[in-house]
Ligand binder design. Structure first.
Ligand code: SF4
Length: 268
């Protein structure tokens, strides 16, 4: 594993699902054709992407013309977004911004839908917003999710680089809000803190250390959970065809994970 190995939430999910999958996909970069998604699943993914693009346009200060949005569902989501008026703090708005932070032999990275940086009571704050078009999840589930944990950890470790030089960013000044089109009146906001960050950073360090140790091995371990193989493109390679295939369902909010692990090989 070379020094600049990058680790996104999708790659983390792959490693936690199956270390062999991670090795085949991201270390050996072995392409393998995945079964094409059903039309309905492709439509869900495309709608999610359109909605994100719409909000990016909005937060860039560009006009959004609903009549120009061809998909009726996306138009309805946009209408809900306007109707429910998510409370946003005052500050500097950054859309679709990426942040990369080194950890051991890896570079952790995340891409944020919307990041608002500002100052409150004399201290800098960073508030992330993430748009979701799939089934709403509880705060408890989101708290455990590696997207939440990685993104908050990235900001705690590297967010100060986005602030003026004299400012610092404490974990207590960082938050993330998930807004679901399926529950537009109930955004989920999670507030970070030093204890949670210590735990997250320690676990990320363990994962990166495990990857570095496995790098010396010719074949990384296969998952013991055969159900994970049902969504994996490497079944034949591993001799796991007996796992069968999952019904063609998809979580549109797992777009990064889907793209990383199931749909198509990622380029270096
Ligand atoms: S088929 Fe199963 S064991 Fe093989 S890489 Fe995929 S998840 Fe891992």
């Amino acid at each position: 594993m070379h020094d600049s190995f990058s680790l996104s939430r999708g790659k983390l999910a792959s490693f936690l699902t199956c270390q062999r999958q991670f090795q085949l996909r991201y270390v050996q970069r072995l392409p393998w054709p995945a079964a094409p998604l059903a039309e309905s699943a492709q439509e869900m993914l495309a709608r999610g992407q359109q909605f994100h693009q719409l909000l990016q346009r909005h937060f860039l200060g560009l006009e959004v013309v609903p009549a120009a949005v061809p998909d009726e569902t996306v138009r309805r989501w946009w209408s809900l977004f306007q109707q429910y008026r998510l409370a946003l703090p005052h500050g500097r708005f950054l859309t679709e911004i990426s942040l990369t932070v080194p950890l051991g032999g890896a570079l952790l990275n995340g891409r944020f839908d919307l990041l608002i940086l500002g100052e409150k009571d004399g201290a800098a704050f960073a508030h992330l917003f993430d748009w979701k078009t799939g089934k709403a999840r509880s705060e408890a589930a989101l708290r455990q999710d590696w997207q939440t944990r990685l993104y908050l950890a990235l900001l705690a470790e590297g967010g100060a680089a986005l602030l003026p030089p004299e400012q610092t960013l404490l974990p207590e000044q960082i938050a993330i809000t998930y807004w679901y089109v399926t529950e537009p009146d109930a955004p989920r906001t999670l507030h970070y803190n030093a204890a949670w960050h210590s735990q997250n950073w320690a676990e990320l360090t363990v994962l990166v250390t495990q990857m570095a140790a496995l790098d010396a091995q010719e074949a990384w371990p296969l998952t013991a959970d055969w159900s994970a193989c049902r969504d994996c493109a490497y079944q034949v390679y591993c001799g796991r065809q007996g796992a069968g295939r999952s019904p063609d369902s998809i979580d549109p909010d797992a777009e990064a994970i889907v793209t990383d692990t199931a749909m198509e090989p990622e380029l270096p």
